[in-house]
Ligand binder design. Structure first.
Ligand code: KIV
Length: 308
């Protein structure tokens, strides 16, 4: 059976019916295929790719071109999926015009379905302008990694009365503006629950407890693709880093011991061709050595050349 094509309407319906929404980040063709085949409702090309794929310290250096490059690959891997692309740092803050142009590139050039914008009232102008151009926007409140330096690090947000009030208010403002869903990152579970209850649009939590309408995890974190401990809010559903290292060590050992490739991994010459080739190169070598030039170089493993 073909999986249901997810739309903004589907997500709202899921919220109304209390059906949880599943989202995971994906950054390339194969990850997108795997995530889509696994039945994820939403794929997010997060600017977290700066950290888990490109090796930057933060998400701040990520460019529009890098985001577009990865979004295109994700859409190629899962053309039927609802793909949301993260607006990278400074792609929407400078002017509303730039925000609309950049958001539009994700749909026009990369084939994304929607964009995600970090921030509340400070990003409202850009969010409204993007929405007015017909592009669905996912909001993102709580820990917004593009403000890492302003926040003084990656810290849980909304723990004080004042910041909790502000988050509730910002969530309401974003919903009113027209975002179709809202990521809540690293906020206390009880606060996320209240935000979720106050909104008609679905909340998607990451480090925000289980009362959100859906959950999102970073692909590399949930699959244990990066050696060492992952973030507290993520659960490791696999430990692929150690499996990959084991597999690579195994391969290296087999190459060093001439155990790989086996017969099944090699290709055979058609009958008669090799004999002719050997004869001809034998003749060629003789002719050249007659003239005092180069000798035919025996290939490893071809014993019949040993006499040269
Ligand atoms: O960039 C990202 O991966 C994100 C998720 C953590 C929500 O924004």
């Amino acid at each position: 059976m073909k999986p249901e094509r997810i739309t903004v309407e589907t997500l709202l319906r899921k919220k109304r019916h209390g059906e949880r929404i599943t989202m995971v980040t994906a950054y390339d063709w194969s990850q997108a295929r795997l995530a889509y085949d696994a039945g994820m409702d939403l794929l997010l090309v997060g600017d977290s790719l700066g950290m888990v794929v490109l090796g930057y310290e933060t998400t701040l250096p990520v460019t529009m071109e890098e985001m577009l490059h990865h979004t295109k690959a994700v859409v190629r891997g899962a053309p039927q999926a609802f793909v949301t692309a993260d607006m990278p740092f400074l792609s929407y803050q400078v002017s509303q015009e730039e925000a609309v142009r950049n958001a539009g590139r994700f749909l026009k050039e990369a084939g994304a379905t929607a964009v995600k914008v970090e921030g509340g009232s400070e990003a409202l102008g850009a969010i409204r302008a993007i929405l007015a151009s017909g592009i669905p926007v996912m909001g993102h409140l709580g820990l917004t990694p593009q403000k890492v330096h302003q926040m003084g690090g990656y810290k849980v947000q909304g723990k004080t009365l004042e910041s909790a009030r502000l988050l509730l208010e910002e969530a309401r403002i974003l919903e009113e503006a027209g975002v179709f869903s809202l990521v809540l990152e690293c906020v206390p579970a009880q606060l996320a629950e209240r935000v979720t209850k106050n909104l008609a649009i679905p909340t998607i939590g990451i480090g925000a407890g289980r009362e959100c309408d859906g959950q999102v995890l970073v692909f590399h974190d949930m699959l244990g693709l990066i050696p060492g401990r992952g973030p507290k809010h993520s659960k490791r559903y696999a430990h692929l880093a150690s499996e990959i290292i084991d597999a690579l060590r195994h391969y290296g050992r087999e190459v060093r011991e001439s155990l790989f490739p086996e017969e099944g991994h090699s290709f055979e010459m058609p009958e008669g061709v090799l004999e002719r080739l050997d004869r001809e190169s034998g003749e060629g070598a003789l002719k050249e050595s007659d003239g005092g030039a180069r000798k035919a170089i025996p290939e490893r493993g071809q014993k019949e050349f040993a006499r040269f």
